[in-house]
Design a protein around this ligand. Structure first.
Ligand code: GLU
Length: 560
């Protein structure tokens, strides 16, 4: 067979050679040991939390070695694509501060010298490599129709063939003569380009996966499709060409690709390319709410499978990244203890410390991590983050919250600048309810529903009347509490909790009950940060008005 002629026949328009591509995309001038990684999503308009895991790994592995990470869009599968499927992915990365060094930067924009970074724009490159494979007898056109392929599957079924697919004696087009090929082409028959596998079904190959260790698998014997009938490459072929010419050193991807490695290694070798290092990462799992079993986080069933969920809920980027890193790398927590306050993106990521089995994503743990992260933020940051979240997701609250920035910053500062800050907030969507009582528009008078059991409506009213008479907004915390105690004896409440506990029968309750009534009136809550600070910020008028409104609500007709 004259392969040179066949190559010209199949790819007459291709004039570039692999050698010219080698010059166009030279090896990267990086220091020894620097790693080049890539994240390669399909433009589905959806970023799965597993994608964020993968991308974080790519970026940190490259960064820790002084290398390069890039974003490549794999749009060869038109079925999975949506119109602008890229922006949502980029938005997810932007929201969580994951930045690649190169690649696609927006819908139709990119940066870097190894592009284009979108596969549909790289068809020329695939065809150069494909033509070269044909020239060397390592690829051939296959004219089998869908019907013929289905007959082939039936035949393999009847034969009880252990390996299924287009190979060996089943590969009808593998040894077509030049005349037959020319005739088929002249007849306008559509064709795909297949790899002519040199694999032996009795042989096995071994390769090293950087987190799974040495892996042994049967050699690939399938004549895999390289180019589809429209000339667009399959994932397998595109992966090999792209990772070679973009000079990827480490292919970090989901474990679902592990079984394809023999195929990919065979292709790298056939193309004359150096095989990259492979790293197959574990799936992100969760415990099923109903069965309690571990299962994959599902796009269909689990809202938290989408990265956009965490944006909408307002989880700070630091919280999600911090939590993901504890799952991704067993070294992270030690590093964090030794480096508190350091940007998580500076973590020296170690591939060897990645687990091979699926890691469990636990929303509750993320919530705890996030409460801790937020508790260490300063008030200005908390104010700005809540405002930014609310502007998009709760415009009504945004208007209220940002009306007086100094006031809103002060309210989020209560109990913040202290050795043990409160850990109430885990995400910004909790802020409107959490801060509701600071604003007249959202404060709710709860009436008697939450009154302590020991306190009757009449006693509550008496507490409020007395307190309104002595309340002094100038009090500091100690004076505030001391004043609260002064009204206790006359109302039958004990000013000291300890004394009350020794002899509860002699009192209606204690100072805690009295301050709860005041708290309830002022905030509508029984549990809040420091009430004295809250009252100082609300101001005298507002406090007195709320004391009066509350008393009126629990004892209609009464006045304070
Ligand atoms: N485009 C492939 C996917 O979305 C990426 C696999 C890879 O990283 O090589 O699954």
């Amino acid at each position: 067979m004259d392969y040179e002629r066949l190559a010209e026949l199949l790819f007459p328009e291709v004039t570039l050679t692999p050698a010219e591509l080698e010059l166009r995309y030279p090896p990267r001038a990086l220091r020894e040991g620097a790693r080049v990684t890539r994240f390669a999503p399909s433009p589905t308009g959806y970023l799965h939390i597993g994608g964020l895991f993968g991308a974080l790994t790519d970026v940190l592995v490259a960064k820790a070695s002084g290398g390069v990470s890039y974003l490549r869009i794999e749009d060869t599968d038109k079925k999975r694509e949506i119109d602008d499927g890229v922006s949502a992915i980029l938005e997810g990365f932007r929201a969580f501060g994951v930045r690649f060094d190169e690649g696609v930067t927006g819908f139709g924009t990119e940066q870097g010298d190894y592009g284009p970074y979108t596969q549909s724009q790289r068809v020329e490159i695939y065809h150069v490599v494909a033509k070269d494979l044909v020239k060397r007898g390592l690829a051939y056109p296959c004219f089998c129709s869908a019907e013929e392929l289905s007959q082939l599957r039936d035949k393999q079924e009847q034969d009880g063939a252990l390996i299924r697919g287009y190979f060996g004696k089943y590969a009808r087009c593998r040894d077509l003569s030049m005349e037959q090929i020319e005739k088929n082409l002249a007849d306008g028959k559509s064709w795909v380009l297949r790899f002519r596998s040199g694999g032996d079904e009795n042989k096995r190959i071994t390769f090293e996966d950087l987190i799974r260790g040495k892996i042994e698998m049967p050699e690939n014997i399938i004549d895999e499709v390289l180019l589809k009938s429209d000339g667009i490459p399959t994932y397998h072929f595109a992966h090999v060409c792209d990772d070679h010419f973009m000079r990827t050193t480490h292919v970090i991807r989901g474990e679902e690709w592990l079984s394809s490695v023999p195929k990919h290694i065979a292709l790298f070798k056939a193309c004359g390319f150096k095989v990259p290092k492979y790293v197959h990462t574990a799936q992100v799992m969760k415990l099923d709410d109903e069965t309690g079993d571990k299962r994959k986080l599902s796009k269909r069933k689990d809202p938290e499978a989408a990265v956009s969920y965490f944006v909408e809920k307002g989880f700070p980027k630091e919280s999600l990244i911090e939590y993901l890193l504890t799952l991704l790398n067993s070294n992270f927590e030690d590093w964090r203890r030794a480096n508190p306050g350091t940007d998580a993106m500076d973590f020296p990521f170690n591939l060897k410390k990645m687990g091979a089995s699926g890691c469990l994503f636990d929303l509750q743990k993320l919530t705890d991590v996030s409460k801790n992260v937020i508790s260490h933020m300063d008030a200005e940051t908390v104010y700005a983050r809540i405002a930014r979240w609310a502007e998009v997701y709760d415009p009504a609250f945004y208007a209220i919250f940002t009306k007086d920035p100094a006031y809103s910053t002060a309210i989020v500062n209560i109990d913040r600048d202290v050795p043990k800050p409160r850990k109430d907030l885990a995400k910004w969507d909790e802020a409107p309810a959490y801060l509701a009582y600071f604003f007249d528009e959202t404060y709710e008078n709860q009436g008697a529903a939450l009154l302590p059991e020991r306190v009757s409506r009449e006693d509550a009213k008496a507490i409020l009347t007395n307190y309104a008479g002595i309340y002094d907004p100038a009090d500091d915390r100690d004076a505030w509490f001391a004043r609260m105690k002064t009204i206790c004896p006359a109302l039958g409440f004990c000013p000291e909790v300890k004394v009350y506990k020794k002899d509860p029968a002699s009192y209606k309750g204690h100072v805690g009950d009295v301050s709860t009534v005041v708290r309830l009136a002022v905030t509508g809550r029984t549990n809040t940060p420091d009430l004295c600070s809250i009252m100082q910020l609300l101001g005298r008028e507002r406090v007195l008005a709320r004391l009066a409104d509350f008393a009126a609500r629990i004892c209609p007709g009464a006045s304070v």
